[in-house]
Design a binder for this molecule. Structure first.
Ligand SMILES: NC(=O)c1ccc[n+]([C@@H]2O[C@H](COP(=O)([O-])OP(=O)(O)OC[C@H]3O[C@@H](n4cnc5c(N)ncnc54)[C@H](O)[C@@H]3O)[C@@H](O)[C@H]2O)c1
Length: 310
């Protein structure tokens, strides 16, 4: 299917960034629909200012890309009815998402591809009541959507292979690293990996093996440096299957395997400790440290993108 007109539904934090990302392919025009008026161009300009400052994007390129973006609060707009592909980024609420897609199905062509950016909800469940379920997939952009290359494409129990492939191709054409999650499982691929690691990290702190900062340091200054270059599957091949099996025979019986959240999480919440929101969680944080953490991550991601362009 030839994709030309893309519609983003929901102009919040993710929707704005996804709209900007989709303009990277000059063949696409991008419509954005939200219930409420917003200055979409101003929002995109603000979010992408650091890319311009770093020379990853020129101010002129940004303005040219913004010319291919149109905003509407009218569900009867041609931006909706003529869309070839829709990416939904409304509130993370099953009922809101289902109602949104029911409205879209009543207005779009039967072969318009539908994608949901839900970070945790099952695309099979979101699309359960649609008539044309084969044209529906998950597209999980990571936040910030314009800086993190990964997008997971998740097949529902009814998605067609052709639709999943088209979505992978579209995302690749705008410079994303699109990966296919062949089964609709909680956490898709990357959050399963992430939370398997977090479970072990929490277990070690809970059991006095190391404090929170030490666990983070062991990650950041060791294996974390490897991960942008070598994932776990390649790393296992590198060290050999023999060694991997020997290590797992020895270590797996002692790793965390709890199926409930760490009890430390409930204890912290009882004490009113909610991480950056309150300045205390696993560790205590000053406003300056929290700002430095947020800024540091963003600067790292922008440097990464700049290096990719060199
Ligand atoms: N924030 C993240 O880190 C993150 C990461 C990955 C995926 N996601 C997912 O992306 C989606 C959007 O998240 P967000 O953080 O951008 O939310 P947000 O609250 O910033 O934005 C949601 C937008 O949707 C609009 N909206 C709500 N109901 C609507 C409707 N019926 N029709 C049209 N527009 C409607 C709202 O007006 C708002 O502008 C969620 O499903 C979320 O889980 C979020």
């Amino acid at each position: 299917m030839d994709i030309k007109r893309i519609l983003i539904v929901g102009a919040g934090m993710m929707g704005k960034n996804i709209a900007f990302v989709m303009t990277a392919n000059p063949a696409y025009t991008v419509g954005v629909y939200d219930l409420y008026e917003t200055d979409l161009a101003a929002g995109i300009r603000a979010n992408t200012q650091q890319l311009v400052d770093k020379g990853i994007l020129t101010a002129q390129e940004l303005e040219e890309r913004l010319e291919r973006v149109a905003f509407t609060t009218d569900l009867e707009s041609p931006l909706v009815s003529q869309a070839d592909l829709v990416i939904e980024a409304v509130f993370e609420d099953m009922q809101v998402k289902r109602e949104t897609f029911a409205k879209l199905e009543a207005r779009c062509r039967p072969d318009t591809i539908f994608c949901t950016n839900s970070s945790v909800m099952s695309p099979s469940e979101i699309s359960a009541q649609l008539t044309h379920r084969e044209r529906f997939v998950g597209t999980h952009f990571w936040n910030p959507g314009h800086l993190i290359p990964l997008v997971e494409v998740i097949k529902s129990d009814a998605s067609s292979d052709a639709v999943a492939q088209t979505v992978l191709d579209v995302l690749t054409s705008v410079g994303k690293k699109a990966v296919l999650c062949k089964k609709d499982v909680p956490g898709f691929i990357a959050n399963r990996l992430q939370h398997a690691l977090w479970r072990e990290a929490f277990y070690m702190v809970e059991n006095g093996i190391a404090d929170a900062k030490t666990v983070d340091d062991a990650c950041k200054y060791g294996p974390g440096l490897r991960w942008p270059i070598m994932g776990p599957m390649e790393n296992s091949d590198l060290v050999s299957i023999t060694l991997t099996k020997n290590i797992h025979d020895y270590i797996l019986p002692s790793l965390a395997d709890n199926h409930e959240p760490s009890k430390c999480l409930a204890e912290m919440l009882e004490r009113g400790e909610d991480g950056f929101k309150t300045g205390k969680g696993w560790q205590s944080w000053t406003p300056e440290q929290m700002q430095a953490s947020n800024d540091g991550l963003r600067a790292y991601l922008i440097d990464y993108l700049a290096r990719q362009q060199q």
